[in-house]
Design a protein around this ligand. Structure first.
Ligand SMILES: [Zn+2]
Length: 255
């Protein structure tokens, strides 16, 4: 399995990395993508990727940081050229937490989309109460590739993001009893566009809901997904691995 979205740079994980990465391997998680979000976290993500062979990094400025963090495109470009930096992210729009900063969020998002296109890297998109706004932006940048991470908004937009060439990533919420919408979304995602993630340390799947999440637990999300998609677990793991390598083409294939 590959955890395509974890925040190993967050203190609760960062302080315990040796154990977390060992446990992930024991659970069958071979690769982890450590997603950046601020200038400090981006640097830290690269350091982690340099230290651990099976960890990759991404760099970008998260929409909720848009008013606090400087967007230095030259720095991001330089970091993105690192051999273990495989995507620009996470970037996007968040109208749940930061409605009043939409204009600056848009500016940051678009500049980072353009950078990703220039570097031919995929983007990792954060969307909260903002899927329509994001779709309207993305459709103007045909050719950019990427993933809608932990997608849990309008099911009717799923096919539109798919038509743009995007992948959709499912996280631990799919295991929650009340998350019928996310299971419906998971059913709608074509199997060759499906990715899986933890978003650790947040959103731990059942039976760890409410606890610290970590890459190992992507396994519980995978088991639930296999049930929802009515597909053999091994086959699902293989397909999602292929999907991950197809989208994040800078990753080194393990098998
Ligand atoms: Zn995230």
């Amino acid at each position: 399995m590959i955890d395509t979205h974890a925040h190993l740079t967050e203190k609760v994980l960062y302080e315990d990395l040796d154990n977390i990465i060992k446990k992930a391997k024991e659970f069958g998680v071979n690769d982890i993508i450590s997603v950046g979000m601020t200038n400090t976290h981006n640097i830290r993500a690269i350091k982690i990727a340099e230290k651990y062979e099976n960890v990759y990094a991404t760099v970008g400025i998260h929409p909720n940081e848009a008013t606090r963090e400087k967007l230095d495109l030259n720095l991001l470009r330089e970091q993105a050229n690192h051999k273990k930096v495989i995507a620009i992210g996470e970037i996007g729009i968040d109208l749940y937490r930061n409605k009043e900063t939409l204009e600056i969020q848009k500016k940051y998002f678009i500049k980072q989309i353009k950078l990703a296109m220039e570097l031919d890297l995929p983007i990792i998109v954060h969307s909260r109460n903002s899927a329509e706004v994001i779709y309207d932006i993305l459709k103007d940048y045909k050719g950019v590739k990427g993933v809608m991470h932990c997608y849990s908004e309008h099911p009717e937009l799923v096919s539109k993001f798919i038509d743009l060439g995007f992948y959709i990533s499912v996280g631990g919420i799919v295991t929650f009893k009340s998350a019928e919408v996310v299971r419906d979304i998971a059913k709608m995602i074509p199997i060759d566009r499906l990715l899986i993630e933890t978003d650790a340390p947040y959103l731990a799947p059942m039976p760890y809901r409410g606890k610290r999440n970590e890459p190992a637990y992507v396994k519980y999300t995978m088991l639930k997904l296999a049930e929802v998609k009515n597909i053999n677990e091994k086959e699902l793991v293989n397909i999602m691995r292929e999907n991950t390598y197809r989208l994040f083409s800078k990753m080194k294939r393990k098998s």
